[in-house]
Design a binder for this molecule. Structure first.
Ligand code: CTP
Ligand code: K
Ligand code: MG
Length: 180
């Protein structure tokens, strides 16, 4: 029961988990805000780039399509009925994750936090809120069918744990400047 919830929650969130990590590897180039400031601080900062956002979104969608290709054998192996991603849902999850992260940077700059500063809570869940809201917007039927309340509850508990672990690992590997 709990195992199948965790498997479903993780599977359904992979297209939202991948983009931010892909952006870390792909980042660089022109910042989205073009260097512009608002009320004495950068609008978003140099950590939110066009390339990181585009590559992150694309990688999230490609990974969702790859999961679709193996959904039947994986479901059979785990004994869980894992969801197939509608293309719109995959796009919503991946792009929404990036938008959530960008929104968090906007809030960080408004609250005087420099690029790279941590904002506990927001850092771990910004992309979850962005991904789920945008998936709900573009693929409402799919999103409400997959993200039932128990699955949502698992996502909210599991995601911060996975976020901390992957970011500490990326920092230890020298891929990221801060361990959050
Ligand atoms: N990145 C990017 N475009 C995005 C998101 C991330 O290019 N939309 C890249 C940037 O190189 C960024 C790195 O991924 O520095 C790490 O992402 P993140 O921790 O979200 O950004 P920070 O640099 O910490 O900036 P902020 O304080 O605004 O979160
Ligand atoms: K972030
Ligand atoms: Mg950061």
């Amino acid at each position: 029961m709990v195992g199948s919830l965790v498997a479903t929650a993780f599977w359904a969130m992979v297209p939202a988990y991948v983009p931010n990590n892909a952006a870390v590897l792909a980042g660089g180039g022109r910042p989205i805000d073009g260097g512009r400031e608002w009320r004495g601080a950068r609008l978003l900062g140099d950590g939110k780039t066009w390339r990181g956002t585009a590559v992150g979104t694309a990688v999230g969608v490609v990974v969702a399509l790859a999961l679709n290709a193996v959904v039947d054998p994986t479901s059979a192996a785990l004994g869980v009925d894992l969801p197939t991603f509608e293309l719109r849902a995959a796009l919503g999850l991946a792009f929404g994750a990036m938008i959530g992260d960008i929104g968090a940077s906007f809030l960080k700059r408004r609250s005087g936090r420099e690029r790279g500063a941590s904002f506990p809570g927001l850092d771990q869940l910004d992309f979850v809120v962005g991904a789920l809201l945008s998936a709900l917007l573009v693929a409402p039927g799919w999103t409400t069918a997959v993200f039932t309340l128990p699955v949502l509850a698992v996502v909210v508990v599991m995601t911060p744990v996975l976020h901390v672990v992957t970011n500490v690992a990326a920092y230890a590997l020298g891929l990221k400047n801060e361990p959050w």
